[in-house]
Design a protein around this ligand. Structure first.
Ligand code: ATP
Ligand code: MG
Ligand code: FE
Length: 344
């Protein structure tokens, strides 16, 4: 099937055409630069940017594919999770297109799209597989029985997401938003063992382990405290070493728990997705431990890690192929859509 995918959950307006497992076109417009000076995404500015970029993005995605709306079998759009005002623009636009062209529409889960997109490079999911979602808002380990129908959450962050932790430390170091890529770049120049950064391993009450949950807020606090101490003593901050040590700690715990999960669930494949999967330290670590454990690690190419329309279209293809009923044409957005809900 041919699916037009539309994305507007946060600061990227994006549209893409996917046919089967082939990426036909992929257009992304970002309002990131407009938010940089505020140190974070301003919902009102982002929503307005979506309204301006929606028609140009969709038109270009169809033009690049040499198609018109009548050529697609279905339209998929991110229905959540995300910023309500932003979601409303993309979903209203997508509904209008579906109405006008008389096409079925699927309101899909953006975060599940982040892992679905790997199929464009690696082909269909194995029947039972583990997936690691690492994005700006999510850090979770999922058991994917069937990407179109059934997903369970195996573990999740109890506080901050990995990307959020990087962005917060980046802010302390004076990098502009989003800081994740800056930490990545500096980490490549530093010593990952220079500073002792705690691993976000979580202990439940009475020493009870939560084997697959994550916690990154303590990691951020530890780094913040270390920086403050150095500043109080008048020491210069070894930025590269701070970044390298943080990146190593976060990548290590993510990789360790993902592999433990693969063992427990007997999964020979680990699907990875989300903006933070662009992180070079995590990519390297996952491939390393994957090779050790005999697990094939499927990480998206860089341009498909951060928000895009191809991930939405790909999940749309999965839903069409699985024969899942399209969404009711008046479906609502869900800014807090749970990971177990794949489509509306
Ligand atoms: P969600 O998908 O959970 O709704 P989101 O869509 O806002 O959240 P993404 O766009 O998937 O998040 O990812 C953005 C995050 O990825 C930011 O936190 C950003 O710092 C981080 N990020 C992007 N590239 C890198 C990198 N190379 N290293 C570390 N972090 C990165
Ligand atoms: Mg973004
Ligand atoms: Fe995302």
């Amino acid at each position: 099937p041919i699916v037009l995918g539309i994305e507007s959950t946060c600061d990227e307006t994006a549209a893409s055409v996917v046919q089967g497992r082939t990426l036909i076109s992929n257009v992304v417009a970002s309002s990131m630069d407009e938010h940089a000076r505020y140190g974070g995404v301003i919902p009102e500015i982002a929503s307005r940017a979506h309204a301006e970029a929606f028609v140009p993005c969709v038109s270009k995605a169809l033009a690049d594919a040499n198609m018109t709306l009548s050529d697609v079998d279905a339209i998929a759009v991110s229905a959540g999770p995300g910023l309500a005002g932003c979601l409303a623009v993309g979903v209203s636009g997508a509904k209008s297109l579906a109405w006008a062209a008389n096409k079925p529409i699927y309101g899909i889960n953006h975060v599940i799209g982040h892992i679905a997109v790997t199929q464009l490079q690696f082909g269909p999911f194995p029947e039972d597989t583990l997936a690691l979602i690492v994005s700006g808002g999510h850090t979770s380990l999922l058991h994917v029985e069937d990407v179109a129908r059934h997903i369970d959450v195996v573990g999740t962050t109890l506080d901050d997401a990995a990307g959020e932790c990087f962005d917060k430390v980046a802010r302390l170091l004076g990098f502009p938003y989003p800081g994740g890529p800056h930490i990545d770049r500096h980490a490549q120049l530093g010593d990952p063992h220079a500073i002792k950064v705690p691993q976000g391993l979580t202990q439940g009450k009475a020493g009870q382990q939560h084997p697959y949950d994550f916690s990154f807020s303590g990691v951020k606090t530890a780094v913040a405290r270390w920086i403050e101490e150095q500043q109080a003593q008048g020491n210069e901050i070894p930025v590269d070493d701070v970044c390298a040590s943080l990146a190593d700690s976060v990548a290590t715990v993510l990789a360790k728990k993902a592999m433990r999960g693969c063992e427990q669930y007997d999964s020979k494949t680990l699907i990875v997705g989300g903006g933070f999967s662009a992180n070079s330290q995590l990519r390297a670590k996952l491939l390393e431990v994957g090779a050790e454990h005999g697990v094939e690690v499927r990480v998206p190419q860089l341009k498909l890690c951060t928000d895009n329309g191809a991930m939405v279209a790909m999940l749309g293809v999965n839903l069409v192929e699985a024969g899942v009923a399209p969404s009711n044409p008046d479906f609502a957005i869900d800014s807090a859509m749970p990971l177990t809900k794949i489509s509306m």
